[in-house]
Write a protein that binds this ligand. Structure first.
Ligand code: PLP
Length: 403
């Protein structure tokens, strides 16, 4: 056995002992009946209602995306056949980038393999380009932004989450002439809170900082035409790069950045994570494009989504369940212990046919382990009745078990 194998064995034992071992739950979506899934275990098939999908609006199961993907596959094939520079660019890719730039009111857009890659590649590419960058990164930024920031030799200042005063103090303390970048998100996906974007933009203007905003959990859902929270707050024009994913509310796959033409063109020409990888497959691009175009006009779906989220919050409160505060469509329920969190999730699944993801350390701080519920427009009142009853049974008796 190699020393690395020995390391893996010991590390896995430690992860398991801490209750942090991650196990997949194989659930097959039924596109025509979303959010119903099929789970097969020991040869027995059962229906499961999923309350934790990031396909927030059900667009991944919509005829809008499915038909677009099928048509593009028949016409252009399953894969792109090359990187964007070699032979992977189709008219669909350029149409999608133009659509995204228009959605965010920016000059240009650039599509990447995933949201993770867009953050990692764009930030690493920007930060490698100038000496002396001072990066101001929100303490709860996603791993993909951290990966991009760490790849560079920039000085990194981590400011307290959503704390404008702390950010201001750190900006003021940094070398005045150095290039500065503020990297943050709009909707934070584990707590469901939202950044004070206007106040951060104002600080950026005062200190001459470039602003990089991850709107992954907002695009398609917030603001006019689903353009995000910056658009909702009327400050999108004051953000230099707006980044998003095509894989969550848009229901397809891929990530993107939008911004000023020369900034985007520079990253298109230099970012390794963009250049050295095969372009997104045409069916995926077609589905994403159809979804973005559709959602720009589908206010009813957005209204239904927010109505469902507010109704679930109200019903959890009425049932005395430990809902955590959230000003967004994300509804966390506090459990507070990793092993218990996994146990609550397991019992919901096995006894009630309900799937709610357990969120444990290191994704969230120890002691704040939770279930992360993402109600969507297709969760019915009857599904909500069943969820509340199941949580009442399991979270109540779960507390007794953990004690
Ligand atoms: C999911 C996520 C990403 C990555 O997007 P993918 O398209 O899934 O790779 C980036 N940022 C945040 C905040 C996310 O939650």
């Amino acid at each position: 056995m190699h020393a690395f194998d020995a390391h893996c064995r010991a590390a896995l034992a430690e992860i398991k002992a801490q209750g942090r071992y991650r196990q997949f739950t194989p659930l097959a979506r039924e596109a025509a009946r979303f959010p119903r899934y099929r789970m097969t275990r020991d040869g027995v098939e059962r229906e499961v209602i999923v309350w934790s999908s990031n396909d927030y609006l059900g667009m991944g199961c919509s005829p809008v995306t499915i038909e677009a993907a099928c048509a593009a596959a028949r016409e252009m094939g399953a894969g792109a056949g090359g990187t964007r520079n070699i032979s992977g660019t189709s008219p669909l890719h350029e149409a999608l980038e133009a659509e995204l730039a228009d959605l965010h009111g920016k000059e240009a857009g650039l599509v990447f393999t995933s949201g993770f890659v867009s953050n990692q590649a764009a930030l690493a590419g920007m930060l490698a380009a100038l000496p002396g960058w001072q990066v101001f990164s929100d303490a709860k930024n996603h791993a993909s932004m951290i990966a991009g920031i760490k790849a560079a030799k920039a000085s990194v200042h981590i400011f307290a989450h959503n704390d404008v005063a702390d950010l201001e103090a750190r900006l003021a303390a940094a070398p005045a002439g150095a290039p500065k970048l503020i990297a943050f998100e709009s909707v934070y996906s584990m707590d469901g809170d939202i950044a004070p974007i206007a106040a951060i933009a104002a600080l950026a203007e005062r200190f001459g900082a470039f602003t990089y905003l991850d709107e992954v959990h907002a695009v398609g859902m917030y603001g006019p035409q689903g353009a995000g929270v910056a658009a909702r707050d009327g400050v999108a024009g004051r953000i230099d790069i707006i980044e998003g994913t095509l894989a969550k509310a848009f229901g397809a796959h891929g990530g993107y950045i939008t911004g000023r033409a020369e900034v985007i063109d520079f990253l298109r020409s230099t970012a390794g994570g963009f250049i050295f990888t095969t372009a997104l497959p045409p069916p995926v691009v077609a589905a994403a494009l159809a979804s973005v175009r559709h959602l720009r006009g589908d206010d009813a779906r957005r209204a239904r989504h927010f109505e469902r989220a507010e109704t679930l919050k109200r019903r959890l409160d009425a049932a005395g369940l430990p809902r955590m505060a959230s000003v967004s469509h994300i509804v966390p329920v506090l459990i507070g212990d990793a092993a218990r969190c996994r146990e609550v999730s397991r019992r919901l699944l096995e006894e009630f046919g309900i799937y709610a993801t357990p969120i444990n350390y290191p994704t969230v701080a120890r002691g704040t382990e939770r279930l992360r519920l993402t109600p969507g427009p297709f969760h019915s009142d009857a599904m909500m009745d069943a969820l509340i009853a199941a949580l009442g049974a399991v979270v109540g008796s779960g507390a007794a078990r953990a004690a």
